[in-house]
Design a protein around this ligand. Structure first.
Ligand SMILES: Nc1ncnc2c1ncn2[C@@H]1O[C@H](COP(=O)(O)OP(=O)(O)O)[C@@H](O)[C@H]1O
Ligand SMILES: *[C@@H]1O[C@H](CO)[C@@H](O)[C@H](O)[C@H]1NC(C)=O
Ligand SMILES: *[C@@H]1O[C@H](CO)[C@@H](O)[C@H](O)[C@H]1NC(C)=O
Ligand SMILES: *[C@@H]1O[C@H](CO)[C@@H](O)[C@H](O)[C@H]1NC(C)=O
Ligand SMILES: *[C@@H]1O[C@H](CO)[C@@H](O)[C@H](O)[C@H]1NC(C)=O
Ligand SMILES: *[C@@H]1O[C@H](CO)[C@@H](O)[C@H](O)[C@H]1NC(C)=O
Length: 668
């Protein structure tokens, strides 16, 4: 006997809601929806926090939630609809602070299947064909967040009483009347929780809707009231629930708590028992998301892209070519980056010359502050590159006061860079041929430079462990250092074009007027072809004229012919550069001119070696003898030929000129 009241107490204290629900389906109350058996469809779901989330995303979707069992609002069935009251707390959270789509509604309907209804503008209640049709039997209170003028909406935040249609029977701006009776606007999609009270009074057929922020008690004055006999609308039984719809903006329509009762009023919700809405802060956050975030991410992407581009460009810009065999040249190897910075990015400002092999740039090495000249040679084939670099770099390791020091090299794709000491006084040809202004070199200086170049060439030919052929001796390859010493540059470079090429098709590398006839014929260089070129160089320096020049009719004139003519007439000294104005050592000039003619002998073995040349110049040997036989230089077809194609050279003609040349004694 004592147990019964105890058990009853236990049941009561265990679940107030359960008790309420069981009380004859006349009333129910939900504080959150965790574990509750609602009939939901579409996008609706119950979150782990207990929120009934009708929609959570965009894309014109809708969601519905109904109390699981239908209610009998008419008792007996054919009587009028009785009084009832509803109380619920909701929140609408939009991605944007200033707009939202589309809205939600509390509704009474004959069915819990509204799957044929449309979201966009119809709140998930109707569709275009059944909107306004009395056969819907739907009564709703809409919380509309979109102003759809088609349906007579008054604002994008309004409350309306709807019967079978989204065009409201009566509507009002969302808001409430405070204690003083002053209307306060509310923004439905503010993201804040709000409470709605709905009452229907059977006798007066009056519908009243009241709303307020969640922390505000129920206002005395309702927001709106309408007289409408729901007995003409509702079926029996009816399903009670919610509908919500989203449009193009991500919007969450949430119900936090809900109570219902036949009669008035509905059980009051205990707001402390309600689950919490997710933290909104919609206004600041939406600003952040809407404005700052896209800009920030765009900037981030731009910065990232820029860095990537810079990185790749930097990679490409400084990319080099390195092979295993180059390890031994480590000390002579320059990084492209260093050269790039030394020459200020190979700017035209730093361009000091353009030669047969490529452009030459002046630069200053960042670390040593050393002045350098960088020769950029474009070179496609990798064939022979190893031999070439081995040779050039090996020679570069040697230091001779009459060679331009080669400091090292760098390789890139299709490009070879040679790094030389910078010769502050430039190349000799500028002094010899510069017409305007620059004071020409006096004889003493010229004679000294001739001796310098002879020593440099001798060094290449004999002093190094193997014979190095220069292949391109000429005034423009003689550079003058700070002290105006002559230094031979470009040694071995012509070699770059020798490797792996077919002698039938190759063009002869060298410079017109400096090419020995046998070189043209066979394409093969030897120390004696260097001697021939040196002879041409001697004439160029002494006469101050280029080895080949054009006369007024465009015919090519050979300097050597001209000198020979003077020699035949016994006027050799008149061939000496006019600009010296006779101010020169006649013996020296005479020696040099004779030596030049001997070096230019068409027959290679009749030429002196560089050792002998140096001895002549140092007066260690008596001057070479020239027999006064008529010489036939002018017949040398080589000189008259426009092109350099050796295959068109006629060999017999060369032979005939040899015959007339025999008078020249090589002095050997
Ligand atoms: N080491 C250097 N120091 C200063 N100037 C140089 C140096 N090397 C080359 N030059 C300049 O660059 C020009 C072109 O050089 P180069 O390629 O050797 O000419 P080319 O191929 O006609 O002999 C030269 O005339 C000279 O003025
Ligand atoms: C939920 O309600 C429906 C309709 O009343 C019922 O059929 C179903 O069994 C209920 N489910 C649970 C888990 O209570
Ligand atoms: C209810 O009314 C309808 C017509 O309005 C009638 O057909 C039906 O028999 C009535 N039912 C009851 C139980 O009175
Ligand atoms: C509108 O809804 C009704 C059900 O209420 C359905 O029968 C009809 O097919 C729907 N029409 C359209 C165009 O979706
Ligand atoms: C209303 O709906 C019913 C049934 O769906 C249909 O027969 C009737 O034609 C509709 N009336 C109008 C005006 O569309
Ligand atoms: C409420 O808002 C509506 C539209 O936003 C506006 O027209 C109305 O004047 C506002 N009322 C008050 C009292 O602020």
């Amino acid at each position: 006997m004592e147990r019964h009241p105890f058990l009853l107490l236990l049941v009561v204290s265990l679940g107030l809601t359960l008790v309420a629900l069981c009380a004859g389906q006349n009333q129910f109350i939900y504080h959150g929806f965790t574990g509750e058996n609602l009939t939901i469809d579409g996008t609706a779901k119950i979150t782990p926090e207990g929120l009934l989330e009708l929609t959570s995303d965009k894309n014109d979707l809708s969601g519905h939630a109904f109390f699981p069992t239908p209610m009998h609002l008419r008792r007996p069935p054919n009587s009028t609809v009785q009084s009832f009251s509803v109380n619920f707390v909701f929140g609408i959270q939009s991605f944007y602070s200033d707009r939202s789509y589309d809205g939600m509604a509390f509704l009474l309907a004959p069915t819990n299947d509204l799957s044929a209804a449309w979201p966009d503008g119809y709140l998930g209640l109707f569709n275009i064909s059944n909107r306004g049709n009395f056969s819907n039997h739907i009564f709703a209170v809409e919380l509309d967040t979109f102003q759809n003028s088609e349906f007579g909406d008054i604002s994008n935040s309004h409350v309306g009483v709807d019967v079978n249609d989204v065009r409201s029977v009566q509507s009002s701006f969302a808001g409430f009347y405070d204690e003083k009776g002053v209307f306060r606007n509310l923004t439905l999609y503010s993201g804040r929780a709000m409470q709605v009270w709905l009452e229907y009074v059977e006798e007066a057929t009056q519908i009243t809707v009241t709303m307020a922020p969640i922390d505000t008690p129920k206002p005395k004055r309702p927001l709106l009231s309408a007289t409408y006999d729901l007995s003409t609308v509702l079926t029996d039984p009816v399903y009670i629930g919610f509908s919500a719809a989203t449009g193009p903006v991500s919007t969450r329509h949430i119900v936090l708590g809900w109570s219902f009762d036949m009669g008035v009023p509905a059980p009051a919700l205990d707001i402390t028992k309600l689950p919490k809405l997710p933290r909104v802060g919609t206004k600041p956050r939406s600003n952040v998301l809407e404005i700052v975030l896209p800009i920030a991410s765009a900037m981030f992407i731009i910065i990232l892209g820029t860095i990537a581009i810079l990185f790749v460009r930097r990679k490409l810009r400084y990319a080099e070519l390195r092979e295993d065999w180059e390890v031994e040249f480590g000390p002579q190897r320059f990084s492209y980056k260093d050269l790039f910075h030394a020459t200020l990015g190979f700017k035209n400002k730093n361009l000091i010359g353009v030669g047969g092999f490529g452009k030459v740039y002046k630069g200053i090495l960042a670390t040593s502050k050393l002045d350098i000249a960088v020769k950029k040679i474009s070179h496609e084939s990798r064939q022979g590159m190893k031999e070439f670099i081995t040779e050039v770099v090996s020679i570069g390791r040697l230091r001779h006061r009459n060679l331009v020091p080669l400091l090292g090299y760098c390789r890139r794709k299709n490009e070879l860079l040679l790094v030389y000491n910078y010769m502050s006084n430039g190349s000799l040809d500028k002094y010899l041929h510069d017409v305007d202004g620059r004071s020409t070199l006096d004889w003493t200086r010229r004679f000294q430079i001739i001796k310098d170049v002879a020593r440099g060439l001798l060094y290449l030919h004999e002093k190094w462990e193997k014979v190095v052929i220069h292949r391109d001796i000429k005034a423009s390859n003689v550079l003058l250092d700070d002290e105006m010493n002559g230094r031979l540059g470009d040694f071995g470079l012509a070699r770059l074009y020798d490797h792996g090429t077919n002698p039938q098709t190759t063009h002869v590398v060298g410079t017109m007027g400096y090419l020995a006839p046998e070189m043209v014929r066979t394409g093969k260089a030897s120390p004696l072809t260097d001697v021939f070129a040196f002879g041409a160089f001697l004439l160029e320096v002494t006469c101050g004229q280029r080895p080949v020049k054009q006369d007024t009719q465009g015919k090519q004139l050979m300097l050597v012919d001209w000198v020979l003519e003077h020699w035949h007439h016994g006027l050799l000294t008149e061939a000496v550069d006019m600009r010296l104005q006779g101010d020169y050592n006649i013996d020296e000039a005479y020696l040099v001119l004779k030596l030049a003619l001997v070096c230019l002998h068409p027959f290679p073995t009749s030429r002196p070696s560089m050792r002998e040349v140096v001895q002549y110049l140092d007066n260690d040997l008596p001057p070479p003898e020239l027999a006064p036989t008529r010489l036939g230089f002018s017949k040398l077809p080589l000189m008259q030929n426009k092109g350099f194609n050796p295959s068109v050279m006629s060999y017999p003609e060369l032979i005939t000129s040899f015959g007339t040349f025999s008078g020249l004694s090589g002095g050997r």
